[in-house]
Design a protein around this ligand. Structure first.
Ligand SMILES: [Zn+2]
Length: 258
């Protein structure tokens, strides 16, 4: 199997129907799932976890992490921003609180209906998505791996970026031994298509890779695999939501339009 990302022939089977490239580290589904899978996942029931106050707090705490990363890595002088896969719009709300004109799209109608701010529309970030304006910042957090072609999605995002604009991505880090060791992978889920690697982000046309910061997602892990009650520890500030770690299973990626 040739690597779908870098074209290398040095690949091996990672799981049934999933290949890992030893040249670039990308992990990808051999035949990408059709976008209709995403609709099944988000709109037709697979991801029907209803909102509740605890879940809302989880998404708020995650959005805070994105804000604190942006504050550390950028000058925050964004006039406008788009958050793709915004859930309830917590990040959009926080960006607005900074004086940034922000809006979001989210496929899950139930989340849109319970959005915490205005400017949240139901929609998909596919080739038909046209926001009708350009942005200084586009956020693609925990969604790039669902898309059939992440590179094409970033090319599409670039057309919506002003000169010097940034893309913030939170995604899986396929170079992490937590993932290569098979402990923390979600790619066996048929709606996950690809984990792009640092090398893939470095070699994107029209972008400069500003930062690649792997981290362990402590809160999401506890929330998904341990007990919901753990969220209280994070809310109280007794545990760190994320811990930066070169071998972390997640990563924050900052790209700049070149
Ligand atoms: Zn490759």
């Amino acid at each position: 199997m040739e690597c779908r990302l870098c074209g290398s022939g040095k690949t091996s089977e990672f799981a049934a129907g999933v290949t890992r490239c030893t040249t670039c580290d990308a992990i990808f589904r051999d035949s990408p799932q059709a976008p209709s899978k995403l609709q099944e996942y988000f709109e037709d029931g697979y991801y029907k976890r209803r909102s509740n106050p605890l879940r809302m707090k989880v998404w708020e705490l995650l959005a805070r992490q994105y804000m604190s990363y942006l504050r550390r890595k950028t000058s925050m002088d964004f006039a406008s921003a788009l958050d793709v896969g915004t859930f309830h719009g917590h990040l959009v709300k926080m960006l607005k609180d900074e004086g940034i004109r922000a809006r979001g799209i989210e496929p899950d109608r139930e989340k849109v209906a319970s959005a915490v701010t205005s400017g949240i529309e139901q929609g998909y970030f596919d080739e038909d998505f046209d926001p009708g304006e350009q942005f200084d910042l586009i956020c693609l957090n925990e969604m790039l791996y669902y898309l059939p072609d992440g590179v094409a999605a970033l090319r599409h995002a670039r057309t919506m970026l002003r000169d010097g604009g940034h893309v913030l991505i939170s995604t899986a880090n396929p170079s992490s031994t937590m993932i290569t060791g098979g402990r923390y992978t979600s790619i066996e889920n048929e709606w996950v298509n690809c984990f792009m690697s640092k090398k893939n982000f470095e070699s994107l046309d029209g972008f400069e890779l500003v930062d690649y910061a792997p981290f362990r997602g402590n809160m999401l892990h506890d929330f998904q695999y341990k007990s919901r009650a753990y969220v209280l520890l994070y809310l109280a500030g007794l545990k760190k939501v994320n811990t930066f770690d070169p071998d972390g299973n997640h990563v924050l990626v900052l790209l700049k339009k070149a």
